[in-house]
Design a protein around this ligand. Structure first.
Ligand SMILES: Cc1cc2nc3c(=O)[nH]c(=O)nc-3n(C[C@H](O)[C@H](O)[C@H](O)COP(=O)(O)OP(=O)(O)OC[C@H]3O[C@@H](n4cnc5c(N)ncnc54)[C@H](O)[C@@H]3O)c2cc1C
Length: 389
């Protein structure tokens, strides 16, 4: 076991931190789609938007551990956590499914522009009536000759207001459970696909999000990703990437906020000495450090599993749980330790608002716990032994 990054990875992290601080803005400006795309293209030039895409398709060809390191550096250097989240959602929920399940033709068609930062992707599964219960989604895809006709609506779709490509889940066999869903790759501007107004969110404000509507949207059968009925499997695979590498952006953001909190505790004086000298303050900071370090270890362990080709879904679920819970608690602690300054819209308050949604997206923390409990044999149904008693 080795907990150190090699020199090349360490240099890449430093480079990404410098780039993010210099070029990605602090997230305080009002959302401007043109500026968003300008920053996206810059991130593309740095190899960030296609970090885990193979070099043969224009990506950086990084493994999961190195991709996580890059994402952590992005979160550390970029105070606009919404922007970092958007880049990560593009890469892990939309681009990686094309990378892993696309045909050669699909990969050649979509990946170079998605990796280079020229194009932005969105992934849409959630619907008004199907959130945690994603398998019961209502968007229908009916086969008509060489195409499918899609009808339905999606909500909370990250990047949809600016997306060039949509990776969409629809039911080809309604009620078919795990094998009832199919994934489609649909270009923006396809007749029948429209995007609603951008949401105004309390957190991750730099990440544009809207609803997506499908009305008699005709998609060629050649644009099915994987095979008909393989949508849930593709979704599960992308969630392993998301629950691991996307959450690495939060590790970086937590480290940034922790660093500035330590600085504040060293400098702010009350009762004639720095507040960091009071045990209640210093212990709170040590607790923040323990949570961050534990979450980081769990996340990199999950990334190692991805690189080893493990089909374990528990390590990514545990990483997601650990990082998001640590993030929310760290945000609360960072606000508390700044006193009234903490609620005046600075770094700690912004981070707390950005941390809250992390317990919800990529499958809520309650759903992750259900999945882990099931893996522990706590499925809810009484075992035959118990029933016989
Ligand atoms: C910032 C952000 C970005 C997002 N981006 C995308 C995106 O790009 N694409 C996309 O498709 N979706 C996206 N989503 C949607 C996200 O996937 C859903 O919000 C999430 O799956 C939960 O669904 P829901 O909001 O409908 O909550 P619900 O499913 O209605 O859940 C409400 C509450 O009930 C709990 N609950 C539900 N069922 C159970 C159960 N069986 N056991 C225990 N508790 C349960 C939940 O844990 C939660 O606390 C995003 C969400 C957020 C916040």
């Amino acid at each position: 076991m080795n907990f150190d990054f090699d020199t090349e990875t360490a240099e890449m992290r430093d480079m990404v931190v410098r780039f993010a601080r210099r070029d990605l803005g602090d997230g305080t400006a009002a959302h401007d789609p043109e500026d968003f795309r300008r920053r996206w293209q810059l991130a593309g030039k740095q190899g960030i938007t296609g970090a885990s895409v193979p070099a043969a398709y224009g990506g950086s060809g990084l493994d999961a551990v190195t991709t996580a390191a890059l994402m952590e550096a992005l979160g550390y250097g970029c105070p606009d956590q919404g922007f970092a989240f958007s880049v990560a959602a593009h890469l892990f929920a939309a681009v990686m499914p094309i990378t892993e399940f696309g045909t050669e033709e699909q990969k050649q068609r979509w990946l170079p522009s998605l990796a280079s930062g020229e194009a932005i992707a969105a992934h849409a599964i959630t619907e008004p009536e199907a959130g945690s219960d994603a398998l019961s989604l209502r968007t229908r895809a009916e086969r008509k000759g060489d195409a499918y006709v899609l009808n339905g609506s999606k909500c909370f779709t990250t990047n949809s207001p600016v997306a060039d490509v949509f990776v969409l889940q629809a039911a080809t066999s309604p009620g078919g459970g795990f094998f009832g869903l199919t994934t489609f790759v649909v270009a923006a501007g396809t007749p029948g696909l429209t995007v609603g107004p951008r949401y105004d969110k309390v957190g991750l404000r730099g990440s544009p999000m809207a609803d997506v509507y499908l009305t008699d949207c005709v998609v060629p059968a050649a644009d099915v990703l994987g095979e008909e009925g393989s949508g849930a499997g593709i979704f599960s695979s992308s969630m392993k990437w998301e629950r691991t590498c996307l959450f690495a952006t939060y590790l970086g953001a937590m480290q940034r906020v922790l660093d500035s909190t330590v600085e504040h505790a060293r400098e702010r004086e009350q009762f004639g000495r720095p507040i960091g000298g009071f045990q209640a303050v210093s212990h709170r900071i040590v607790d923040m450090t323990v949570r961050l370090e534990s979450a980081r270890l769990m996340l990199y362990k999950a990334a190692c599993g991805l690189d080893a080709g493990s089909d374990d879904e528990i390590a990514p679920a545990l990483a997601k749980l650990a990082v998001s819970e640590a993030a929310v608690q760290l945000g609360l602690d960072a606000v508390q330790l700044r006193g009234a300054l903490g609620i005046l819209g600075g770094e700690a308050e912004t981070f707390l608002r950005d941390a809250l949604p992390s317990r919800i997206f990529s499958g809520t923390n309650e759903i992750q716990k259900n999945n882990v409990a099931r893996a522990l044999g706590l499925g809810g149904r009484r075992s035959r032994k118990l029933r016989q008693r």
